[in-house]
Every structure is written in C-alpha cells, then in structure tokens.
Write a protein that binds this ligand. Structure first.
Ligand SMILES: [Zn+2]
Length: 247
C-alpha cells in the first residue's frame, strides 16, 4: 500500500519531538530508571531536582484547567473559578499531598541516657489524608504508644511525622503501616503501637452517605506485639486520654 502522506512529511520531525518532555515525564523516567516506586502514598522528594516542583505546579495547574473544561465549566467567564486550577495545583503539591513531594521534616533523635523503658502514649494527633480511590478527605485522630529503645524523639515530632505521612493519597490500612515504619526508622523503639480512628468522606459525602461511620485500625510491633498485657495497657491509656478530652 502506498502512503497517503504528502511526500516529505514523515521525514520531518514532529512538533512533539522537538518539544521538551513535560516535567512529570522527566521525573517519572528517573524514578523508573532508579527502580524507585511512585505509588500514590510513596514519597518522591529524593528524586526531584531544584526547580522541578515549581515546574510541576505549572503543569498540574494546566491539567486541572483541562479537567474543569471537561466538566463543562466556563472558566473563562466564571469569576468563581478564576484561579481555581492554580489553587488546586498548589494545594495538592504543597498542602494535602505534600508528603509525596516534600522531604521528611527534620527530626532529631537523642540517646536514651536514663534507659527509660516505661511505655507512654501520645495523642490525639490530628491526621488528614485523602483516599486513593476518590481523592476526597480522610480526617481522624491517631494515638501512638512507645516503649523506648536506645533513642528518643520529642513528643511534637510524632505530630510532624504523622502529618507528613498522612499528607498523601492513602488507604488507612497502609497509612498506619507507613507511619509505623517511619517512627521505627527515627527512634527504633522496643515497642510501638499506633491506633487511628478516621472518617472517610468517600463514605460521608458520596456513595453510601453514612455521616457517622468511622474506621479504626491499629498496628502493634515489638514488645506490644509479644506482650498482650502491654498491648492492653496501650489501649487502656488511649481510653483514659480520650475521656480527658474536652468535648
Ligand atoms: Zn474513597
């Protein structure tokens, strides 16, 4: 079969070839070459180069603009959606999904010089996330129980690391495991317990529209896992702390 293209056209480089790759594709290529996973709840800060987050913000804003156009919203004339694309891009990259693009906050650990080995609990820590399935909010509270090991971190640092871990698209079951991994990396406790209770807006706002349903899950590691009385003590302490809350 003969080509129907005008002669010479196929030899010319296409305009797509001469354009630089979108920044998201360049980042993606590096991630694939390095074998680094980039699932919704992975952090990719290490692979980002200087200035790329700003370029990504521009690219994402353009895509959100296209999304709004595809939703048949007259963004050229609607005063309410003026700047929405830029706001949404900023919100995703620097606020609600910052745990994907920004490095972990600096958290110093200190030697446990007094060899403290009594358990303590920290909470409630507010956690905010979004479900990976619908990208709508998950809002809840988190409790952390620690039996210290050789190193300790400040109490406020648990809030910081929880915020960083949860600020990604997630499913709650995996968020708790990732948070446990990060805390173990930071201070290697002898025992670690985490309890999260959260409401999922994909159940409240849409779908079955259950306004009160929450999901509770936990992870227990080390001594909390091996010693049922310690695990019991953790849940008792959480219950006591919860009863002290002002409602
Ligand atoms: Zn969902």
């Amino acid at each position: 079969m003969t080509s129907t293209l005008p002669s010479g056209l196929s030899a010319r480089p296409s305009s797509a070839e001469s354009l630089p790759l979108p920044v998201s594709l360049r980042i993606r290529q590096r991630l694939e070459e390095a074998g680094v996973p980039f699932l919704a709840n992975d952090n990719i800060a290490d692979i980002l180069r200087e200035g790329e987050l700003d370029q990504l913000e521009i690219e994402v804003a353009g895509k959100v603009r296209e999304l709004l156009r595809s939703l048949v919203i007259d963004i050229d004339n609607d005063h309410n959606t003026e700047g929405t694309a830029e706001r949404v891009a900023r919100m995703y990259l620097h606020e609600v999904f910052k745990g994907r693009y920004h490095p972990q906050p600096k958290i110093a650990s200190f030697p446990n010089v007094k060899k403290l080995d009594e358990i303590y609990t920290v909470g409630p820590i507010t956690v905010r996330s979004a479900c990976s399935h619908h990208l709508v909010p998950i809002l809840g509270t988190c409790w952390i129980g620690i039996k210290p090991g050789d190193r300790v971190i400040g109490l406020s640092k648990f809030s910081r690391v929880a915020d960083w871990v949860f600020s990604r698209p997630h499913i709650q079951e995996e968020a708790v495991i990732i948070l446990a991994d990060e805390i173990e990396r930071l201070c290697a406790p002898q025992g670690l317990a985490i309890l999260v209770k959260a409401q999922h807006y994909c159940m409240k706002w849409r779908g079955v529209k259950e306004p009160q349903t929450s999901m509770v899950n936990s992870v227990v590691r080390g001594d909390f896992r091996h010693d049922p009385s310690l695990k019991q003590e953790f849940f008792e302490l959480v219950k006591q702390q919860e009863s002290l809350l002002i409602r």
